[in-house]
Design a protein around this ligand. Structure first.
Ligand code: PHB
Length: 407
């Protein structure tokens, strides 16, 4: 189904309290100066995210977070109403060009927000990055190339590059005293790049990866691979799975009897938004990510309370909704700077480049020259079903942006 849809929770609009409107824009007092009178049409946001399959929870969380941020600022972008048009990506790379073009040409979206999946991100950015507009905001997909060789002035990311949470994870595994490891993930951009970054850091710190397992995306038949790991007896396992696949992997890993003998590590997606569903199998797993549930900053506390009151606690606030929330902040700041004139692409891009995220639930971050967050990566550990912060694994980490010719 690639028809524009209204994702489940979008109907759950909520009225933010007056205090929340003191944020970045006093929407109603904004006087658009640049576009013709009568052109005060809604700002159209085209969304391409998964609302079905193993990443459905991610797409839903991002959508909720972004809408919540904009609602908190009065539901407008620089005085203009907002219209959302969402397409279920179905995590299909072959359908990505057609879906992207539909949002650009048929829907005439001013912004495109998406995707979750690295392969789709590469396909989308080849199309969007070849033009001056629209502006694309990536609220999850980590493909290194998006802010590397595929970088473009009109592409921004509010999430991470695959290298960012994975590289510090490899070092943590070595620092914990492990000498040998097996990596296991799905065989596509995200899995390949995250496992590569984790391996590089592990080996730079004295470890050795003895086997790299890549299985087809989004398969969840882990049994044969778990038997292989049991036979190889590495000190540790480094892994990327996410969403529904991560729930099953972590449970199967424990059920195979490996949890007690071969500790599991990885970028925090392994337990993010799914740790409650994983139950006892997730307890004690140490991961690295740019967010943790109990980050002790006022923005995080306010964000979590507002999210739970609007959307409930299943799965509740997580890194994906934070990334969506920050995409909302980026839109608010960009449009405020140009008085709502979506046609002022150059000024809009300049404003988005200098946007600040002092009020992000993940803690302060800013955009790199390649349009990717420079951010802290936290070490976390699951306790009673919650990803708790244990420390900072890497401070203000910036992706190397290899191959990006911009900036
Ligand atoms: C990706 O495909 O880039 C991706 C998907 C899910 C995640 C992280 C990265 O949790």
């Amino acid at each position: 189904m690639s028809k524009p849809t209204t994702p489940g929770n979008s109907r759950r609009r909520f009225l933010a309290g007056a205090a929340a409107t003191t944020g970045l824009v006093a929407a109603s007092s904004f006087v658009p100066t640049r576009f013709a009178i009568g052109a005060k049409a809604p700002v159209k946001i085209g969304i391409l995210l998964p609302y079905s399959g193993t990443y459905a929870m991610l797409g839903e969380s991002i959508t909720n977070g972004m809408k919540m941020r904009i609602e908190q600022a009065g539901g407008m972008l620089a005085g203009r109403a907002v219209e959302y048009v969402a397409i279920d990506s179905e995590m299909s790379v072959p359908k990505a060009p057609q879906n992207t073009k539909k949002l650009m040409s048929k829907e005439k979206a001013d912004f495109i927000v998406g995707p979750v999946h690295s392969g789709i991100a590469a396909a989308m950015s080849k199309i969007v990055g070849a033009r001056k507009s629209p502006i694309m905001i990536v609220p999850n997909a980590g493909h290194n190339g998006i802010t590397g060789e595929l970088c473009a002035p009109n592409i921004f990311r509010t999430s991470f590059s695959n290298w960012q949470p994975a590289f510090p994870g490899g070092k943590v595994m070595a620092d914990d005293g492990h000498k040998t490891a097996v990596t296991i993930s799905w065989k596509y951009g995200a899995g390949i790049q995250m496992m590569g970054a984790g391996k590089a850091a592990f080996e730079a710190n004295g470890g050795k990866v003895i086997k790299e397992i890549l299985m087809p995306f989004p398969d969840v038949e882990f049994q044969a691979y778990l038997s292989e790991i049991a036979a190889l007896k590495p000190d540790a396992v480094f892994s990327f799975f996410s969403g529904g696949g991560a729930i099953k992997f972590v449970k199967d890993y424990a059920a195979a009897g490996l949890k007690e003998t071969i500790p599991l590590y990885g970028p925090g997606f392994l337990t993010e938004g799914v740790s409650k569903a994983q139950g006892a199998a997730a307890e004690g797993i140490r991961t690295t990510l740019h967010y943790a549930a109990n980050l002790d900053n006022p923005a995080n506390k306010a964000f979590r309370a507002a999210y739970i009151s609007a959307f409930g606690d299943k799965p509740g606030p997580n890194v994906f909704s934070v990334q969506g929330y920050d995409a909302g902040s980026l839109l608010l700041q960009g449009l405020a700077a140009v008085g709502g004139d979506t046609g002022a692409t150059g000024d809009l891009i300049a404003a988005m480049e200098s946007a600040t995220f002092a009020d992000s639930p993940r803690g302060f971050w800013k955009m790199s020259k390649a349009h990717n967050p420079i951010q802290d990566i936290y070490l976390r550990e699951v306790k009673d079903g919650v990803n708790l912060v244990k420390g900072i694994a890497a401070k203000a980490l910036e992706d190397p942006a290899t191959g990006c010719k911009m900036g």
